[in-house]
Structures are given as C-alpha cells and as structure tokens.
Design a protein around this ligand. Sequence first.
Ligand code: DOR
Length: 442
Amino acid sequence: MAETFDLVLRGGTCLTPNGVVEADIGIRDGRIAAIGDLSRDQTPESLDLGGLHVLPGVIDTQVHFREPGLEHKEDFATGTAAAALGGVTAVFDMPNTKPSITDAETLDDKCRRMVGRAWCDMAFFMGASPNNTDELAELERLPGCCGVKIFMGSSTGSLLVEDDATLGRVLAQGTRRCSIHAEDEPRLKERQQLVEGGAPATMHPEWRDVESAVLATKRVLKLAHATRRRIHVLHISTAEELPLFQDHRDYASVEATPQHLTLSAPEAYERLGAFAQMNPPIREARHREALWKAVQEGLVDCIGSDHAPHTREEKDRPYPDSPGGMPGVQTLVPIMLNHVSEGRLTLERFVDLTSAGPARLFGIAGKGRLALGYDADFTIVDLGARRRITNMWSASRCGWTPFDGMEVTGWPAMTVVRGRVVAREGELLGEPQGTLVRFMET
Ligand code: DOR
C-alpha cells in the first residue's frame, strides 16, 4: 500500500472536537491529514502513543522572552526550548524588551531573530505607547503580530499608557483584541511609599493592592465599551474583579496564570521572598479560590504563563529593588495537569483554556483544535506520570522555578510542532524550526 503520511501517531487518546476518542492521527506536510483508525496504513514513520493523551498543542499567549536587549535573562532559543520541553507548541511574546516593540522595525527585528532559533512557533505583541497611538491600527496587522499590549501600570520596562485619554485613543485604533495589564498607575505611585526604602516581600500585595487592580479593570472595561473594542485582561488576580466581567462578556475576555491559581499570600512570600514577586501580585487564598470558581464557571477564557524570567541575582536584591516576574512557560502544563489530577478542572477544560481559548480569542489560523487541515501541533501527555519539578529541569536561562521541589501528577511526554517531534521525555530533538503564528483576516 502506498505511503500516505509523513508520520502517524498511533493509539493515543485524543481530545478532539467530537470528544475524547482513541484514534490514530495521520500527518502530512505538517498538518493533520487523517483522524481515525489507520491500522491498515503502512506509513513507516509512526509513534506508538498507547497510554498517552494527545491534546491540541498548548498555546501560551503571554511570555516575556526578553530578546532583544535583556538576553542575560532569556532569549528566543532558551525561552522556546523551555516551552517545547514543557509541552508548549506556540507562544505570544510580550513587547517590553529593550528597545520596546512599538513600531514596524522593532517587530520585524523580532520576526527575523526567531528564524532558525525557535523550538516552537511564535507571535509578537505590539506595545502601545503615547507616541504610536495613531499607527496602531496598521501596526497590529503586520505579519507575526498577535495584537496590541497595553501596560496601564508600570512593570518591567518603560511601556505605559497611564491616563484615560491616551487609553481611549489606543482602544479606538484598530480592531483586534487588545491585551491589557490592568493595574492603576496613579494608585501604584501613590502607594509606593509603603515599600520605599525597603520592606518585606509580603508587602507586595499591600503596595499593589486589590483596589489598584479593580480600578484599572473598571476603567478599561468602560473605555472598551465606549470604543466598542474587544479586550483581553491578562493575569487577573482579585476576587473583586471577576464579577465585573459578567456584564461585559461581549467584548472582554479573561486570562488567569498558573501562579495565581496555585500560589497564595503570605505563604509564597514567606517561602520564596521576592522570587514570588510578580505584577499583579500573588494574593491571599480567597482570591485564588475565586479564580478557581471563575475557571469552573467558564468566566476565565485562557491560561497564560506570564513567563517573566529574571536572574537569581536580580531577584536576590532587597525588595522592592527586586524585579517582578516569575518564569512559567515550562511549568504551565505540569502544574495545570496536576490541578486536573486533583480534580479542579477537567482535561477538556484544560484544552479549552490552552488551545481552543487562545485560538478563539486571537483569531489564530490553523491551530487550537485536533481537526483535519489544522497544524499538526500536539501536546502529548502522560496523565499518570508522577514527577518532581526542579530548578535543574528548567531550560530557561534564569535557571529557577517557583515550583522547585513540587511533586506533580501529569507530565508532558512529547511535543510535536507542525508534524515534527521537537521534545520527548526531557530532550529537544532535531533543529529549531519554529515559524510565525498565522492569524485570520479581520
Ligand atoms: O511580574 C511581571 N513581570 N509582570 C509584568 O507585567 C511584567 C513582567 C516582566 O516583564 O518582568
């Protein structure tokens, strides 16, 4: 019989739009060419996936891979290696690099830098600044761009859209879903004296308090409504923000991070010090529980890791001189699968949050589903594997993870990007051949 596929994945339990089914998957030219019983097919290249689950490739829509300018923390090679080893097949990279990504030249530079160095597919955010508001409608449509990112509160880097007038102008420019870091800069500035001159890291959620997040989210929801713009509020961190979204579901979507769903104050700060510092902060357990309820009730649309690596030396500086951010791209899948194993969400909901959700929110072309003609991107997982997350396992240049020492059930066994196995049981395979994520015309 003639060979019809480049590769066949045999006998895995597949998370398809038609449910969870035992099926073979035939791959041709980097896309899914058949799903079903391919036992009579003679393709010599095949992988036996008995006992494993085949999920659509996990898309992490919030990572900071630090290139250009901050490569001592991370670069595209190390960041995407961490992604692939962690079961992530595509990432959206943030614009707060050095220089910031605010025009066509800086975006194009990123697109060129990833060629031959990325282990997974990538897209890049365009940063909004008071100086590029008039060009954003054009900029957000450039190839490789996944949309505009707005920092309403300052964090790592200099990108900031502080006032409502500028925010309104940004939202009025363009049509794609706009991603928002919602912390209220005037309030953050006002409260900074609480920690200035030195404070314990446990003060982080006091300085950047619940009200700072609530104020910003209220402001951006109102302006999104007024400008009829779709928005995506990143790393939601408070119980108080969640009900605000219920009346704005037509245009507002919500991201949660594994860190906010797993860690809580004050324990995380007591254990990790400033290594637990991120913006918006890890907060008390009641917020974490509210986030879980929002995951279970369908209010949360996607999970992003907010992978924000900083070196140990930088994190060791006395708070608040230590930078905010934790790595997370490599631990997203194991941490969330552990939550699946502990019964907090189903595997189907995990897929909804990490593949279908990102595809729906951002209009990704050809990814996010196990379906004919879609890219052959797979996160192949062993739900029964018990493993320990360690700093040693971390491929990020920063070399640490807030989850060091944690034992989890559920582990990425194999990562397939457009038909090529790029990682298997902790090892990268072949050459980095990541390409730009494609988007549907709007
Ligand atoms: O904790 C954070 N770190 N939050 C951000 O918004 C930025 C990020 C970074 O780039 O370090």
